[in-house]
Design a protein around this ligand. Sequence first.
Ligand SMILES: NC(=O)c1ccc[n+]([C@@H]2O[C@H](COP(=O)([O-])OP(=O)(O)OC[C@H]3O[C@@H](n4cnc5c(N)ncnc54)[C@H](O)[C@@H]3O)[C@@H](O)[C@H]2O)c1
Ligand SMILES: [Zn+2]
Length: 358
Amino acid sequence: MVRLILDSSMGSYPVVIGTNIQRELRAAITRLDPTGAAIITDSNVRPWAGKVAKAIKRAGLKTSIHVVPAGERSKSMTHLQDVLAFLERQQIDRGGCVIAVGGGTVGDLAGFAASVWQRGVRLVAVPTTLLAMVDSSIGGKTGVNGGRSKNAIGTFWQPAAVISDLACIETLPQRNYREAFAEVVKYAVAMDRGLIEELDKEHDRLLEADRSMLERVVFRCVAAKALVVAKDERESGPRAILNYGHTAGHALEAASGFRVSHGRAVAFGMRVAAAIALATGLCSKRLVETQDALLTAYGLPDRVPHVDPKRVMAAISRDKKARRGKVAWVMPRRLGHAEVGHSVPSAVVRRVITKALA
Ligand SMILES: NC(=O)c1ccc[n+]([C@@H]2O[C@H](COP(=O)([O-])OP(=O)(O)OC[C@H]3O[C@@H](n4cnc5c(N)ncnc54)[C@H](O)[C@@H]3O)[C@@H](O)[C@H]2O)c1
Ligand SMILES: [Zn+2]
């Protein structure tokens, strides 16, 4: 088991990563000493939420569970309203807490609810997907989707504790597990050279979800994300490094009508970013090849479903409009180190994207 203490504008909080860590959860709740606790979960992770409820009851606290349907569609104003109505029924007051048991979907929804209920109650995150453990449970972004735009409505709200139980990974669909490695490779290439070596060497054990290896990897990713979030909690500058691979990635996701999953799209986006960096003399061929091999090894191959490059370019320029005319690319410079704020001639972007989609 590993434990980090992260600092935030809302105070410091523990992140615990381990296996069967109900005891840690109980200790965290006891320390928070809430007046009440409400668990939010989704239909696929209900059994894990049951375990959490049991652990908490042992700490002498009554809880009940609100279940939303599994899937991204639960990140909506309608479901937010249901969650808030549940908190009202449970009489969660300002001293109470919300416990999110699930992946990024539940985490974003429950986190948002916690941030607005009674003008903000404490949030305990119990992430159950690898993506939520390495990415969405850290950093304090919460929210739901607008009618047409993803994550359009939300808040920054830091958790009071994050308890990542690797036992949850056991029931996670293989596809979701693999896709999370896009973000893991992102941290490695953009921020942590040692992690690249670890991913390379321990590939077999990680693909089998070996828990001691996972513990180390989740720890490194959390540490990498926490470091930039601490410098820039509200995303005004340096935090943009976390967007490595996401400029072309988001564009591909949107241009494909979300047929291409986030993980696949980010892998594509990192390949595009590295190819641009190579073409503009910002990185070496070795970097491009190392990243490519890593992604492929983790089940994120070079192929994506066919999408018209023009549509991807159009999606990038919509993004550009949103940022007043400039796309700030995150460019890899050397293994384990990327830089934010690069502008790239659009002819180069077009050439690289056309080739990547050929
Ligand atoms: N807030 C942030 O900073 C941030 C960062 C990255 C992603 N996100 C958001 O996270 C969401 C994606 O997160 P995700 O990949 O965790 O998806 P998810 O929460 O939708 O989970 C994926 C699927 O796996 C199921 N599941 C979850 N844990 C399981 C388990 N242990 N066993 C069996 N099934 C399980 C879920 O029910 C769901 O069907 C997106 O909405 C994205 O916008 C937020
Ligand atoms: Zn991402």
